[in-house]
Design a protein around this ligand. Sequence first.
Ligand code: B16
Ligand code: MG
Length: 219
Amino acid sequence: MIKGFIFDLDGVITDTAELHFQAWKILSDSMNWEFDRELNERLRGVSRMDSINIIREHNNAEVSEEKLVELATRKNEIYVDSLNQITPKDYLPGAQELLTLLRQESFLVALGSASKNSTKVLQQLDAVKYFDIIGDGNSVSKSKPAPDIFLFGAERLGLKPEECIVYEDAEAGIDAAKAGGFYAVGIGPEERVGHADIRFDSMARATLFEVKSHFNELF
Ligand code: B16
Ligand code: MG
């Protein structure tokens, strides 16, 4: 039986990808590195240090580990500053409605994000109240596609993986959910999240009604 839901943040609850893009772009420009939206897509759901390594490799740049950490820190300062512009109007369509319904129906709810800035984002959205547990980039050391962040959330909720549905927009996020034995709802195109148990083009379509209909016998 499904008793809980675990949500990714960026691309599921809100679209911080645009703010990540702007911050990486400022940093890349300062380094004379090429960085565009196509490359930004490859950073979806990927941790901060893995992200800067992808950008460095793309630019064939030789950078010491110490310098890389410094650059990632600089990007993060720009990104965190930009989070102040997020308001409760910035939920992805359908996300707040779903979270509200889950509360009404007494499901347990956790966040399972790679971001170390999750709490700040949830505060800006006024969304902390919808979550029983916040699992984020500070909660585990192994990032997606390892299942650790979702296992952390399930354990803290007191649930087994097979009692939880994970919502994810990243390829590695669906891999992580499946590796952990969770049911997975993919948000986005077939080529990215087609390996989920069920896929929707957007959060607006991934309603509780649709998900219950699909996993019928589990509710
Ligand atoms: P931070 P998610 C991910 O969020 C983003 O999609 C990814 O672009 C970012 O690099 C990562 O969080 C780490 O974020 O630098 O704030 O720790 O999709 O896992 O909610
Ligand atoms: Mg995401």
